[in-house]
Design a protein around this ligand. Structure first.
Ligand SMILES: NC(=O)C1=CN([C@@H]2O[C@H](COP(=O)(O)OP(=O)(O)OC[C@H]3O[C@@H](n4cnc5c(N)ncnc54)[C@H](O)[C@@H]3O)[C@@H](O)[C@H]2O)C=CC1
Ligand SMILES: O=C([O-])CC(=O)C(=O)O
Length: 325
């Protein structure tokens, strides 16, 4: 273990996603089986003790790659020298609530954390925001970190991406590995647009293998409302699947991929206003996300992408008027 450990900061470490995430990070699944990690757990004061309990369990695993654990309620300490920041800590949506309701409650968390990242994180910091409303929370954090390249702030739509693959594979009765080029566009919310017009199954366009009614009336709403369905069934929001998607997102960002979905700051591609943190089809090359260019967008897709992007613009306006950015 000659390599310097990578510092990974996890906020909301004592929460349910934190509990599903930390052990996988410590076991090497976030960055690779040969990369030592140092964990920094950020919690609110009331939850520090619970985070200490989780740290005791991490110790008890004797993970060969885990070089240390720090626990704090101070973002300036937690992000000091951080190479990867997973911003999970937020208030989870309760039954009946939409993400817009959470903007104000969560906005106050992500400004100070963005500033602490700006002031203390390592030069190669990569930020993934999981806490909802993830896209706009990422925007708030990014706006408070003017010295960090904007592209380092991302939000998670990988869970939606994985859900879309799973739903399509089940419909067509093919293994998930047969499904390529899945894309989620827009916001991590019920307006998101899972796109089957570019997805491929065994080399064929997915939209041509399913009937229009299923695509429109079953597939899109099932993927877009899956979070709410899990809350309804489990009485709590997705945790292990969310942690899994966070692992997938960061692993691919660092190690490369030819096609996945991630919410990254728009450069104006596909008519998405510059600066909005919106989900796109992306590749990761040399440690950087790149929006996959040149896809034809038909009228059906255009309408849905525009609707989700409009919601992101409204969220941006809302946090502007609340003085959060
Ligand atoms: N983007 C996505 O696909 C998904 C996002 N989520 C979101 O992830 C977030 C976390 O979910 P859970 O772990 O289930 O919630 P949870 O309530 O179990 O845990 C949240 C933790 O964050 C902590 N926390 C609150 N404010 C904090 C702050 N300022 N600094 C540090 N820690 C803080 C709380 O003390 C708590 O331990 C929620 O916003 C949820 O909606 C959940 C599933 C999927
Ligand atoms: O809906 C929620 O609050 C949790 C979430 O983001 C998801 O499961 O996609």
């Amino acid at each position: 273990m000659a390599q310097t450990p990578v510092k990974v900061t996890v906020t909301g470490a004592a929460g349910q996603i934190g509990y599903a995430l930390l052990f996988r990070i410590a076991s090497g699944q976030l960055l690779g089986a040969d990369v030592p990690v140092k964990l920094s757990l950020l919690e609110i004061p009331q939850a520090v003790k619970a985070a200490e309990g989780t740290a005791m369990e991490l110790d008890d695993c004797a993970f060969p790659l885990l070089s240390g654990i720090e626990i704090t309620d101070d973002p300036n300490v937690a992000f000091d020298g951080a190479n990867v920041a997973l911003l999970v800590g937020a208030m989870p949506r309760k039954a009946g609530m939409e993400r817009g309701d959470l903007l104000e409650a969560n906005g106050g968390i992500f400004g100070p954390q963005g500033k602490a990242i700006n002031d203390h994180a390592a030069d190669d910091i990569r930020v993934l925001v999981v806490g909802n409303p993830a896209n706009t929370n990422a925007l708030i954090a990014q706006q408070h970190a003017p010295d960090v390249p904007a592209e380092r702030f991302t939000a998670m739509t990988r869970l939606d991406h994985n859900r879309a693959i799973s739903q399509l594979a089940a419909k067509l009765q093919v293994p998930v590995t047969e499904i390529k080029k899945m894309t989620i566009w827009g916001n991590h919310s019920a307006t998101q647009y899972p796109d089957l017009f570019h997805a491929e199954v065994g080399g064929k366009i997915a939209a041509e293998l399913v009937d229009d009614a299923w695509l429109r009336d079953t597939f899109i709403p099932t993927v877009a409302k899956r979070g709410a369905a899990i809350i309804e069934a489990r009485g709590a929001s997705s945790a292990a699947s969310a942690a899994n998607a966070a692992i997938d997102h960061v692993f691919d960002w660092v190690n490369g991929t030819e096609w996945t979905s991630a919410a990254i700051p728009s450069d104006g591609s596909y008519g998405v206003p510059e600066g909005l943190i919106s989900s796109f089809p992306v590749a990761s090359r040399n440690g950087r996300w790149e929006i996959i260019q040149g896809l034809e967008i038909d009228a059906f897709s255009r309408e849905r992408i525009d609707a989700s992007v409009r919601e992101l613009e409204e969220e941006r306006e809302a946090v502007r008027s609340l003085g959060l950015i």
